[in-house]
Structure formats: C-alpha cells, structure tokens
Design a protein around this ligand. Structure first.
Ligand SMILES: Nc1ncnc2c1ncn2[C@@H]1O[C@H](COP(=O)(O)OP(=O)(O)O)[C@@H](O)[C@H]1O
Ligand SMILES: [Mg+2]
Length: 392
C-alpha cells in the first residue's frame, strides 16, 4: 500500500501541510527540530491511532492552534482499493462523546485526559479500536536498535504493535486484557487489606485466562513466522544463524486446545493466589512475557556484542515487514526515522537494498549525503524545514 495524499492541519509544528505522494522511496532531509519525526509520527498514527512519542495527545495539537484541534487526513492506495482516513484530535471543551481508544502504544490506559478523537474512514465515523491496522505502517527508529538489549516491555511492545496491525481480534483481546489487569491488581490489594473476599478473584481469573490465551497463541505464532526472514536477513548482514525464542510467562503447548489452555492457566493462578495477594500484583500472563534472541547457543541479549544485537534488531524489523505483508496481503508503509545514520556502511547497504521492493518508504536524515550513493538514484528527496516540506 502507499500514501497518495497526506494532509496535516495544526499537527505539531505543521500549520498546514499537503503532500501528494507516489509509490517509492522518499528521503525526508532536514536539520534537527524541523519536523522530520513529527511527520513520521503522523504517518504512524494512521496505523495505530496513537502517537508513538506523545505522553498526551494534547501534544499533537500545534501550539497556538486557533481552533484547539489537529487534523490528519490521508488517502491510502491499497490492494483492496482506496482508503480515506481522517483523524481529528481536539482538546476540551468540545461537544461529543469520547471514543474508545486502543491502548496500543502504552501498556497502561492513558489517564483520562479529556481529549476527543474523532475518526472517519471513507467518510463514516468509526471507533479508534476498529481502525487500528486498516493502514499498516512499520516504524523503525533509533531506539528500536536497542530492542535486543533493552527492556522486556520494549519487546512485548514490538509484538503487540505488530499483531494489532495484523489482527483485530488481538487488538481487542489486548485492550480487554489491560483493563482486566488493572481491575484484578486492585482487587488483589483489596483482598490483602481485608476489604474483599478471595472468592471474588475467580471471576477475574476466568476473564484473565480468556483474553490471555489468544494473546499467547498469537504471539507464539508471530515469532515462529518471523523466524525464517529474520534468520535470512541476519545472515545477509554477516551474522550467523539467528533464532528467536518467544518466552511466555505462561506457556501453552502447541497441541493444546483453547479451553484446555484456559483451564491450565486458571489452575496456575489458583496455585499462585497466596503470593499474588501478598504482593498485590498480577504475577503471570502476557504482561510478563519476553522474547529472546540467540546466535547458536548464545543469548544475544546477555552476551551479544552491540553489533550482534543491532543486527538481530534490524533482522526482526525486516521480519515484521514480511509478516504483516503475508498476513494482510498488502505491503505496509515503511518509515525509517533517523536510523540509517546509526548504522555502519555494510548494514546501511544491506538495509537499503532490502527495502527497494517495499511499495513506499520514508527515510529521514539530517545528513542525507552519508546515505549509500545508489540510494539517491531511486529515492525522491524532500526538504523538511520549520514545518514545511518542499521538493529539492
Ligand atoms: N505541539 C507542537 N506545536 C508546535 N511545535 C511543536 C509541537 N510539538 C513539537 N513541536 C516542535 O517540533 C519540533 C521537533 O520536530 P521533530 O519532528 O521532532 O524534529 P526532527 O526534524 O529533528 O525529527 C521541535 O522544534 C518542537 O518544538
Ligand atoms: Mg527526529
């Protein structure tokens, strides 16, 4: 798929931007603080309905915007046909009801911020949670290079953002699961403080197991599917064989039925009950999962060199792209925000070679001259300056 038209009104430092785009690669060149990451954020918003960098959606509204709202409009050409999308985020006061929001880019629901988000797809109003993954975007930014050495939360986030774009069911289960975790933790603490009965946990155990099982199954299947591509790309980068290992806090054997898995998880929760009450926290479930990377027997997260860790992270991102394409039948839009300059020439060359077949790619750089020379031959260069974008 590709973006044919993108329009921003009062989005971050863009007062008004209209871009007509084609398939292919775009280099967004510009000095620091000109709006390169802001445009990446807006493109990603079309896929996840949430910002990957804002703590509060209020941050997205341009400072001093006269009407107190920001609007992102896009026309996306997909294999299945054109898709018109409009996202309007406004600060109170404004009439209208608050739409349900998928808690995608955070593991906990945002505090009630009073922000309003209105989404229209092909001119019809839709709920945010139903729009996640209509457009698919793979974003790669410098912090993703630390995926292997970073926190488990970052790796869970990778799995969640990928799967939410592939599967509406996953996105719903995840959103429900987050809410259940919050409620259940509160209940555990109430029981600990003798304000509630341990018996009331049974209902929440059932709820937790119901949402947790599909999350675990889908994560496991995603990692299995990512493995061949990740391994192949790691080898192209000069690494040895790369293995990915999904490490769920509660494992489900591949041949186990969903009801049996749910039952097993509930039994496990029953066994952990005392400890959970004492600690007042949810001790098992997808929120405690992890993902490990191995080169042969070597766990790269612990023993890998920085170079090996970066190769593995890069390979996983390429695998994400392939996995989304296979599952949805359409290539995601690829956004590389400031990553190329972080890579050595070999990795740069391998990456730029690999992404040539992607239908649309945006790469930002403060120093585009350092990009592989042949890349300039087939990429269109645009200049980002103080919230404007001009062809060069
Ligand atoms: N809501 C906002 N209104 C106006 N300007 C903003 C807003 N949020 C961020 N900015 C400005 O956007 C600029 C950062 O843009 P960014 O896209 O991150 O830069 P870069 O080109 O380095 O990636 C900063 O100058 C920042 O002050
Ligand atoms: Mg930036």
């Amino acid at each position: 798929m590709y973006l044919e038209h993108l329009e921003l009104v009062d989005y971050r430092n863009y007062a008004e931007l209209r871009l007509e785009l084609e398939p292919g690669a775009y280099i967004l060149a510009g000095d620091n603080a000109q709006g390169k990451s802001n445009i990446c954020e807006a493109i990603r918003l079309l896929a996840t309905m949430r910002s990957f960098r804002a703590g509060s959606e209020r941050e997205l509204i341009r400072w001093g915007a006269p009407n107190g709202f920001t609007r992102v409009r896009a026309l996306v050409r997909q294999a299945a046909g054109p898709l018109k999308m409009e996202i309007v985020i406004s600060a109170p006061p404004m009439l209208g009801e608050y739409d349900g929001v998928g808690y995608l880019d955070q593991l906990t629901p945002p505090a009630a911020s009073g922000m309003h988000k209105k989404i229209r797809v092909n001119d019809a109003p839709r709920r945010a949670l139903d729009c996640v993954g209509l457009v698919t975007v793979v974003l790669f930014e410098p912090t993703d290079l630390d995926l292997v050495s970073g926190t488990p939360q970052g790796r869970r986030h990778f799995m969640d953002v990928t799967l939410c774009q592939i599967s509406r069911g996953y996105c719903r289960a995840l959103s429900q699961y987050q809410k259940i975790l919050t409620q259940r933790a509160a209940l555990l603490r109430r029981i600990r403080d003798n304000l509630d009965e341990p018996g009331s946990l049974h209902y929440w155990d059932e709820q937790l197991a119901q949402q947790a099982v599909p999350i675990i199954v889908e994560r496991s299947s995603l990692i299995t599917r990512c493995l061949p591509t990740a391994d192949e790309f790691a080898r192209q980068l000069g690494g040895k064989s790369l293995t990915l290992e999904y490490q769920p806090s509660f494992a489900i054997p591949v041949d186990q039925s969903v009801p049996a898995a749910r039952f097993a998880l509930m039994e496990r929760l029953a066994a952990l009950r005392k400890r959970e009450i004492i600690q007042g926290v949810n001790l098992i479930g997808p929120h405690r999962d992890d993902l490990a990377f191995f080169e042969g027997p070597v766990n790269l997260g612990i023993f890998g060199s920085r170079g090996q860790q970066r190769t593995a992270a890069l390979a996983l991102k390429i695998a994400e792209l392939a996995a989304i394409e296979t599952e949805t039948g359409d290539q995601p839009i690829l956004v590389l925000d400031d990553v190329l300059s972080e890579l050595d020439p070999t990795r740069q060359a391998a990456l730029t070679h690999r992404i040539r077949t992607v239908s649309q790619v945006f790469l930002t750089s403060a120093d585009p001259e350092t990009m592989p020379p042949d890349f300039h031959m087939w990429a269109t260069r645009l200049q980002v300056r103080r919230g404007t974008i001009q062809p060069i």
